[in-house]
Write a protein that binds this ligand. Structure first.
Ligand code: UTP
Length: 485
């Protein structure tokens, strides 16, 4: 049984209570039937279906391993910093490689060999926004949503490379309908409907710290999305992989829904990935300090892997090389390219990605049937992470990217990695791109832009697009909020 498939496809459930009790008792989970006698026929159907879809022996193993104890993190003893390709080529050979890669990446795009893939199945609990995170209105002047910004960027990329670029969006059973409705209401932001595909990821039950599964309602278990690593199986199970193969898509550009600055189709990144035969490529940010909350690119016995910041021993995190720089300085902003054939290989049988334990606040019903909104974490969610596929990838490469150019995650309402910091980064990047095209942007004495500027990705995908349009751009005035469409 694959780790992501504890909940299998539901078959017509038998709704015999005694049978359900017999199924749950060996695992001490009979409390899930606590309200059974008061449920309607339809409600019984739902709960019975959920219970019958769980592989209880597997679930019990996971509860013992990940819930009743905090799994020990065992790091390999020979952990070394992963090599990465620098932002700018460092010698003639690299310069030649980068130039070739840029051309090759653009050719891949023009030949329709690349698809976009956004993982948008998360619950965005830190943001505290009820609707799907992709519908959050992030743009600093126009208030365009995250989804709209990506859609506009894809439209521009289609125009620029003269090819259809299909877009796959992974949702979850919780936000799938709302996500589809949002796109439909917006006319898919001008993209052909047939080139935007949605599919929900799998779920896993949330488990209380005592090892008991939680009920979200009297007739339903509390089920949570199984992590962005669930995207591998979801790509297969939804038929998306097959569709990509039929369309001639060989490479999947992967990004997270909460990073509106991401360069969705970067010819250099794509070109290096393909020319160097990489199965799974990653962008890297040079960390601002040893404890920045980014996964660390490491190698052990020649195998690339990401070690979460929380698992990184302090002595390694703070280690400094002879050049005075952090040894482990390459952090992961969760931007990847996956070779389609690699995803096919990874999903041939069981998807073997490890589970991670996350302590979360999960709303549930108590023994009396009252809904409880916990104020502190009350449950463990089990999640798979996409980066755990890296050790399986052939010739994986890591490419540095410039801070502020491609990474402004929207995790929290304010503070670090927030709506506020992301908008500031968007404005700063737009100002930089305008200035690089010779357009003057008023600045405060501390260097911050003295205006709000926003560049529509529909026209301005990169600094070159701004340069090409410089003649039609009027410079922003101090204090002005200006969107360039
Ligand atoms: P996060 O790890 O930041 O989780 O997801 P989140 O659910 O969005 O936010 P919090 O932790 O509840 O505040 C990083 C990216 O992975 C996607 C998210 O949608 C986001 O794009 N993701 C996460 C999934 O697609 N599925 C998941 O099960 C989890």
């Amino acid at each position: 049984m694959p780790e992501d498939m504890v909940l299998c496809e539901m078959t017509e459930p038998h709704i015999n209570k005694a049978e359900l009790v017999a199924r749950l008792r060996p695992w001490g989970q009979e409390h899930l039937l606590r309200f059974w006698d008061g449920l309607s026929a339809g409600e019984r159907m739902r709960l019975a279906g959920q219970i019958q879809a769980v592989d209880w022996a597997q679930m019990d193993r996971w509860i013992r391993r990940y819930v009743l104890q905090k799994p020990e993190v065992s790091l390999p003893p020979d952990l070394e910093p992963a090599p990465y390709y620098p932002l700018e080529p460092e010698d003639g050979r690299q310069r030649e490689l980068y130039a070739r890669a840029r051309k090759h990446g653009a050719a891949l795009l023009s030949a329709g060999r690349v698809a976009g893939f956004t993982v948008a199945g998360g619950q965005g609990t830190r943001l505290g926004f009820d609707a799907p995170k992709g519908t959050f209105r992030i743009a600093p002047v126009t208030g365009k949503s995250l989804f709209q910004l990506f859609a506009e960027g894809i439209l521009r990329a289609r125009e620029k490379y003269g090819a259809p670029i299909p877009w796959y969006v992974m949702t979850s059973p919780i936000n799938d309908a709302a996500t589809r409705a949002f796109f439909q209401a917006a006319g898919y932001f001008g993209l052909p409907e047939t080139d935007v595909r949605f599919f929900p990821q799998g779920t896993l039950p949330a488990v209380g710290f005592d090892g008991k599964l939680l009920l979200a309602r009297r007739d339903s278990m509390a089920l949570s999305p199984n992590g962005h690593g669930g995207s591998l199986a979801a790509l297969r199970d939804s038929g998306a992989l097959e569709e990509m193969r039929a369309r001639g898509v060989d490479h999947i550009s992967y990004w997270q829904v909460d990073n509106p600055l991401v360069r969705t189709f970067d010819p250099l990144f794509l070109g290096l990935h393909d020319l160097l035969g990489s199965d799974m490529s990653s962008r890297a940010l040079i960390k601002t300090g040893p404890f920045e909350k980014l996964g660390n690119f490491c190698v052990s016995s020649g195998t690339l892997q990401i070690i979460e910041y929380s698992d990184m021993p302090k002595d390694l995190a703070t280690a400094v090389g002879p050049d005075g720089r952090l040894r482990f300085r390459a952090g992961s902003p969760a931007i990847h390219i996956l070779r389609r054939s690699f995803v096919e290989h990874m999903t041939e049988g069981e998807v073997r990605l490890p589970l991670h334990r996350a302590e979360k606040k999960v709303s549930c019903v108590d023994a009396d049937g009252n809904t409880v909104q916990p104020v502190a974490p009350n449950a463990v969610k089990l999640e798979m992470f996409i980066f755990d596929a890296l050790p399986e990838a052939r010739a994986p490469i890591v490419l540095e990217m410039a801070r502020g150019e491609q990474f402004g995650p929207v995790k929290n309402p304010d503070g670090v990695d927030s709506v506020v910091s992301c908008r500031a980064l968007m404005v700063e990047r737009a100002a930089r791109w305008l200035e690089a095209a010779g357009i003057q942007v008023p600045r405060e004495s501390d260097g911050r832009p003295a205006c709000l500027v926003e560049l529509s990705p529909r026209r301005y995908l990169d600094p070159e697009d701004v340069k090409a349009n410089a003649a039609r751009i009027t410079p922003p005035r101090p204090g002005e909020a200006k969107a360039y469409e």
